[in-house]
Design a protein around this ligand. Structure first.
Ligand code: UTP
Ligand code: MN
Length: 511
């Protein structure tokens, strides 16, 4: 009788037993089995075997792994595999985490204990320590680093950014930049700095930053940073520079004059520009972060008005929100039209209509000062500033909230009475800073790249273009000084391409 073929039983998905801790005999040894080449079913079998013998087995995502065991892989392959899994073991390969061949595992199972690691057990770690170093090389240019919003060094970057801010408040831009760069490098690391030696191969971390980092790693806090945080000048400068239209110079002068609070400004009848008056009037709202949904609501509101004024024109949300931030200090919007030249006159119409509808608490239009690419080339040749020449409107929107909480337009009736001091919301509306920028379509990718930020990312894009490529980049154009020609681009990707840079999406530009 012909035998029926036996249907192969499907392997259940691999999952390690729920509580391997119960019989752990070697707490200092945590195994991670690499399924690459080994296969999932063999991995499951070996894991169960090891656990029965009292070994702890965890996945590559665990920070506790000490022994990475694989079968038939080279050291390079295992490193690649760990990298793909974003395994925290990566940083400790060679010191703390061993990459081992299955021979160590089988010998240990036979011995019923972890046998001593001999050179023959090790995958070629030395050979690829170099490779690893190469892979982990961090660029000194933020535009060559991927910097997500979330990172592992919140405490360190916060401290360094306070130092950067304090230096900025004293007008020491060089020092400020140094601290800001050090923070930016830490933000890009996919691993965690735990000891001062970890900084060894990192660029842009000066002596002072290093000292502060060491203090925080050892004591959990930096006395220098805490002193600044508590200082009266720092607190006053923070308060004043948060007023819309007030820069470091003005704030510093006010502090020198003995002014300390917003009430002091009024009591002393301090001379304020129109912009600063509006800033003071709406201080509480404007120093409350704008949420992503508020930014989107404003974007939609502007989109509707723009569509009425110039059908086919578009409105794009840029700045921090395009980088994935959930809150920001303002809303940055780029307006353009697919036909170059059609955008001329658009901003005036849009602002007039929004003002009529009661959306604007303050606005100030700056006309387009862009002359021609030739003039621009003259001007941007050696410039690394972020100033651009687009037609632009600095404004404060009145964003109303309906009882349902859905942001919408504010009606005339709910507009604040500008003659009286308003400090904060009444709950029915909120003042929000909005920057509207108009760009001709041909310059749009440059404007989009320039306005998406972050500031560190932008600064280094320009620095990289100048020093590494002999090109000049700004929010209007890219000029190749060697070829004496402008390079056109229809997208951000093309600009990265012109600069021989790997494309970095907005969410990874949070340098
Ligand atoms: P922002 O100052 O709005 O920064 O400028 P942000 O990243 O959106 O931060 P929050 O969330 O609002 O606090 C956005 C980008 O626009 C550029 C800046 O370089 C920054 O990268 N920018 C700003 C200009 O190019 N020109 C300007 O006049 C202002
Ligand atoms: Mn912004």
């Amino acid at each position: 009788m012909a035998q029926l073929p036996v249907k192969k039983k499907r392997q259940p998905p691999v999952s390690l037993p729920a509580d391997p801790e119960c019989c752990v005999r070697f707490p200092g040894v945590v195994l991670c089995l690499v399924e690459k080449k080994m296969g999932l079913s063999r991995k499951a079998f070996l894991a169960t075997l090891a656990q029965r013998k009292g070994f702890c087995v965890e996945e590559a995502s665990s920070e506790r792994v000490t022994h990475v065991v694989s079968e038939g892989n080279s050291g390079g392959e295992v490193v690649e595999w760990l990298k793909r899994k974003s395994s925290p073991c990566m940083e400790a390969v060679g010191h703390g985490v061993a990459l081992l061949d299955l021979s160590w595992f089988t010998e240990s199972m036979s011995a019923g204990r972890p046998v001593e690691i001999e050179p023959r057990h090790r995958l070629q770690v030395a050979a690829h320590a170099k490779e690893l170093e190469g892979q982990c090389q961090v660029s000194a240019y933020a535009c060559q680093r991927r910097t997500p919003l979330e990172h592992n060094h919140q405490m360190l970057t916060e401290a360094l950014e306070i130092l950067a801010e304090e230096a900025h408040f004293w007008g020491s831009e060089g020092r400020s930049l140094a601290f800001s760069r050090a923070a930016s490098v830490l933000k890009s690391l996919p691993w965690t700095v735990r000891k001062i030696q970890d900084l060894k191969s990192l660029p842009c971390i000066g002596e002072h930053s290093r000292r502060v980092i060491q203090e925080i790693l050892e004591d959990g806090v930096s006395s220098e940073v805490e002193k600044i945080r508590q200082s009266e000048r720092y607190q006053t400068m923070k308060l004043f520079t948060k007023i819309f239209g007030v820069g470091v110079k003005t704030a510093s002068r006010w502090h020198q004059e003995g002014l300390r609070t917003l009430a002091d400004l009024q009591a002393h009848h301090t001379k304020l520009s129109k912009e600063q008056q509006a800033g003071l009037l709406h201080y509480e709202d404007l120093s409350t972060p704008v949420t992503f949904s508020e930014a989107e609501a404003i974007g939609q509101l502007v989109r509707d008005v723009v569509e009425q004024c110039l059908p086919g024109a578009s409105v794009t949300l840029t700045g921090g929100f395009r980088r994935g931030k959930q809150s920001g200090h303002d809303v940055d919007l780029l307006l353009t039209h697919p036909v170059d030249g059609q955008e001329i006159g658009l901003l005036g119409k849009v602002i007039a209509q929004m003002d009529r509808q009661g959306f604007l608490l303050y606005h100030s239009i700056h006309r387009n000062t862009f002359q021609s690419f030739e003039d621009e080339a003259q001007e941007i040749r050696d410039s690394t500033t972020s100033m651009d020449h687009f037609e632009r409107c600095f404004s404060i929107f009145c964003l109303g909230c309906f009882p349902g909480g859905i942001p919408g337009s504010a009606s005339e009736a709910r507009r604040p009475n500008n003659t009286e001091q308003v400090s904060g919301t009444t709950g029915s509306w909120k003042a929000v800073r909005v920057d509207l920028v108009v760009t001709p379509c041909s310059q749009f990718p440059f404007a989009l790249l320039g306005w998406t930020g972050s500031q560190n990312f932008e600064r280094d894009l320009r620095r990289f273009s100048k020093h590494e490529k002999k090109m000049t980049l700004n929010s209007h154009a890219l000029y190749d000084k060697g070829k004496r020609t402008f390079l056109t681009a229809a997208s951000e990707e093309e600009i990265f391409n012109h600069l021989d840079l790997e494309y970095i999406p907005p969410e990874e530009r949070n340098a």
